[in-house]
Design a protein around this ligand. Structure first.
Ligand SMILES: C[S@@+](CC[C@H](N)C(=O)[O-])C[C@H]1O[C@@H](n2cnc3c(N)ncnc32)[C@H](O)[C@@H]1O
Length: 217
């Protein structure tokens, strides 16, 4: 098991509880996303965590492949799907770079609260580009840790940065801005169709972007 997987396994038990204080941002992001989903869509939820978003979107789309590197996050997500009798979501412990995924096979790819924690956002964007069908949609929500935030959230972020520097948090927590997300999208062959900076105690950037061209290495 790698360190990132171990870290997210450890975070899984309290994940939903710790995210409750950002519920406004999560609900607004999901509300924005719903407008773009169609009942014929095959969706990939990359880094699905405990599966809240995938379960909520399930009735609006054909099927969702929800993947996460943490087996514990996936366990919780599967329980949620069982309780909610959700049948068209397939939760799987997996990495987006696994070569079992075929190019151009998804209508929509979601990356909620992901881009600031991955070690290689440019490679992730390229992979998302490959996996999306032509003109497919990429929808991301990214905490912008260099932008406006409350005193307490700022204090917490500073603490997290110290823990990262000490090696006690083994994943990058990047202080990305909304313009940096826009640049990643543009370099990845996408054009934004809708974006919103959502603020409630913390800043998060919602963006829906269409794949304009295929980017190959
Ligand atoms: C901040 S959480 C976001 C979870 C969920 N998308 C949400 O919005 O609540 C990040 C998630 O990404 C997962 N993750 C990190 N790197 C990954 C990778 N390379 N492939 C798949 N999942 C990954 C972690 O296990 C964790 O559950």
């Amino acid at each position: 098991m790698n360190k990132s997987e171990e870290f997210w396994d450890g975070a899984s038990k309290n994940y939903d509880k710790t995210e409750e204080r950002f519920e406004y941002i999560h609900s607004k992001s999901r509300e924005n996303t719903r407008k773009f989903l169609k009942d014929s869509d095959i969706v990939l939820d990359y880094g699905c965590g405990t599966g809240t978003a995938a379960c909520q979107f399930s009735s609006q789309v054909k099927e969702i492949h929800a993947i996460d590197i943490s087996s514990k996050m996936i366990e919780i997500a599967k329980e949620k799907a069982t309780v909610g009798k959700t049948e068209n979501v397939n939760f799987e412990q997996s990495d987006i770079f696994d070569n079992k995924y075929s190019n151009e096979s998804y209508d929509v790819i979601l990356a909620f609260n992901m881009l600031h924690t991955v070690p290689n956002p440019q490679d992730v964007m390229q992979r998302i580009n490959e996996l999306l069908k032509p003109e497919g949609l990429f929808i991301s929500v990214t905490p912008c840790l260099r932008q406006k935030m409350s005193f307490f959230v700022n204090l917490q972020i500073q603490l997290v940065r110290v823990l990262c520097k000490l090696g006690l948090i083994p994943i990058p927590i990047r202080r990305i801005t909304s313009s940096e997300v826009d640049n990643l999208l543009e370099a990845g062959g996408f054009q934004a169709v809708e974006s919103e900076e959502i603020y409630k105690g913390a800043s998060s950037y919602f963006v829906a972007a269409r794949k304009l061209k295929t980017i190959t290495k």
